[in-house]
Design a protein around this ligand. Structure first.
Ligand SMILES: [Cu+2]
Length: 509
């Protein structure tokens, strides 16, 4: 295709125009105190578009929210002076059932408090570091124009406070994080969050806004290994996370903490990724994002299945709800979802719409071991900690874990499928030898076997990725259900079989 001379001259004009904008942007960045005229209506790029007059009215104290909540829209029509007060706290919290971790937080939560201002606002930022903290911290806000995004002005020792002021020049959704050395470690411990800088006209009204932020975590113990788990620097350097999580804990968006909406509503997700290492392939199973403002910027894309959220980046995703049910939120790098915790839920309530979707839901496949009633698992974990774990607690926890772990093959009623999956109900194989039953779960089983007089010759994959306590609970449930009679199978028994039997090649340890 040949360019006409007219097109060439148009291009030249555009080049001059762009050069002008770049110059304007430079001037502004160098002298942020000098208000930039809101004039250049023809301009369509970056920070030149906005309302940069002096702050008006009384200073406003920013409303900060904990995830998954988002502060209300600023609703302002003019720039203001906004005061943000954020306190760093180092707190021990549950990262997974019975697993504790010392998080370093902005505001006591992971991710940190959500901050919402309007483009053109002058933000007076106060960073406090709680006297109980062991470490100094600071903050780098990606929405700040200036050295280190504020990091250079906010180094704060325990029990101290620092203050700096910035003008919110660019609209968008931005990550903030701690940038104190070793930076990777501060971020890996949960020191990140989101700041939304609304465009002058604000965002459209929706029924729900939620705050979801992914992060990768590195513990010396294995996935779901109980107790207080220290940070593992080597795993972090190797980028081998033990956990990949939404909102800092495995259970943060599960069960009664699931995000909620009704059929026929508009939902907006502010999705961030703190990293420090992984890039997220953010996906909601069974939904399509009608609109995504990719990379947290000003352009939107439509009809998106999976959106990429870089480490230190964010997106705004919107969709309209049509069909009731549980929608599973994942990082579509699926081992992270099913084996490292990157799984959440959105529960949509309302009338069925058979014209859009015919069936009843409940898809335990996509929920994995989170399909059952997890409160029973919590009860068993707590009881095990204090040494009062009863058989009944184990059976209830095992029932929840069996769903989505074993039921896909052996079926919810334990009957299996004729010729393919042997029954666990009244299985003579199972009741023969408990150590052998434990070994089957840990190391799998293949080749010809006879169960209740019928021949099977198939493959059960090793399930050694399950913890000793999970296997003990599942087997206690199995050996006490569907007409089976057995007693408690203990964690110690499972640990012994694990130690005394070799793992097949390629299985988890
Ligand atoms: Cu820090």
């Amino acid at each position: 295709m040949r360019k006409s001379s007219k097109a060439a001259s148009l291009l030249a004009t555009a080049a001059i125009f762009l050069a002008g904008i770049t110059l304007a942007a430079c001037n502004k960045a160098e002298a942020p105190g000098v208000p930039v005229a809101a004039s250049s209506a023809s301009s369509t790029t970056g920070s030149a578009k906005g309302d940069f007059g002096p702050p008006q009215g009384e200073p406003i104290k920013a409303v900060l929210t904990s995830p998954p909540n988002v502060p209300p829209a600023t609703g302002r029509k003019a720039p203001a002076k906004v005061i943000v007060e954020l306190e760093v706290r180092e707190v021990e919290m549950e990262i997974s059932e019975g697993v504790k971790y010392t998080f370093w937080t902005f505001g006591g939560t992971v991710p940190g408090s959500f901050i919402r201002v309007r483009q053109g606002d002058t933000v007076e930022f106060h960073l406090k570091n709680h006297p109980d903290s062991k470490m100094p911290h600071n903050i780098d806000l990606h929405g700040v124009t200036g050295p280190g995004g504020g990091a250079a002005s906010s180094f704060t020792a325990p029990g101290h406070e620092s203050q700096f002021t910035f003008k919110a020049l660019n609209a968008g959704l931005y990550v903030y994080h701690c940038a104190t050395a070793p930076v990777g470690m501060h971020v890996a411990n949960g020191m990140y969050g989101l700041i939304l800088i609304e465009p002058p006209e604000g965002l459209t009204a929706v029924d729900h806004e939620y705050y979801v932020m992914q992060g990768d975590f590195y513990t010396t113990g294995k996935y779901r290994e109980k107790g207080l788990q220290p940070f593992d620097m080597q795993k972090a350097i190797d980028e081998r996370p033990t956990y990949v999580l939404f909102n800092g804990a495995e259970s943060s968006l599960i069960g009664d903490k699931a995000l909620k909406a009704k059929v026929g509503q508009n939902v907006r997700l502010f999705v961030g990724n703190g990293g420090p290492n992984l890039v997220s392939s953010f996906h909601v199973i069974g939904e399509i994002f009608d609109k995504v403002w990719f990379e947290g910027g000003s352009k939107s894309q439509e009809n998106v299945q999976t959106t990429l959220v870089p480490a230190g980046g964010a997106v705004i995703a919107e969709f309209h709800t049509e069909v009731p049910g549980t929608y599973v939120i994942v990082d579509h790098s699926l081992f992270r979802a099913f084996n490292k915790g990157a799984l959440g839920m959105l529960k949509i309530e309302g009338p069925e719409n058979k014209a859009i979707y015919s069936g009843k839901e409940v898809d335990s496949t996509y929920l994995g071991d989170k399909a059952g009633d997890l409160s029973t698992v919590a009860v068993a974990t707590k009881a095990a900690e204090t040494g009062v774990l009863t058989k009944d607690m184990q059976i209830k926890a095992g029932a929840a874990l069996f769903t989505g772990t074993c039921s896909v093959c052996h079926q919810a009623n334990g009957e299996g499928l004729p010729g393919v999956f042997p029954p666990l109900a009244k299985s003579d194989f199972l009741t023969q030898d408990r150590a052998k039953a434990i070994a089957v779960v840990i190391n799998g089983l293949s080749g010809p076997v006879k169960v209740n007089g019928k021949d099977y010759n198939s493959v059960m994959p090793p399930m050694s990725q399950l913890n000793d306590d999970a296997i003990a609970n599942i087997l206690t449930y199995v050996t006490n259900s569907w007409g089976n009679t057995g007693d408690q199978i203990t964690q110690a028994e499972v640990a012994k079989v694990r130690a005394n039997t070799p793992r097949p090649a390629g299985s988890a340890h």
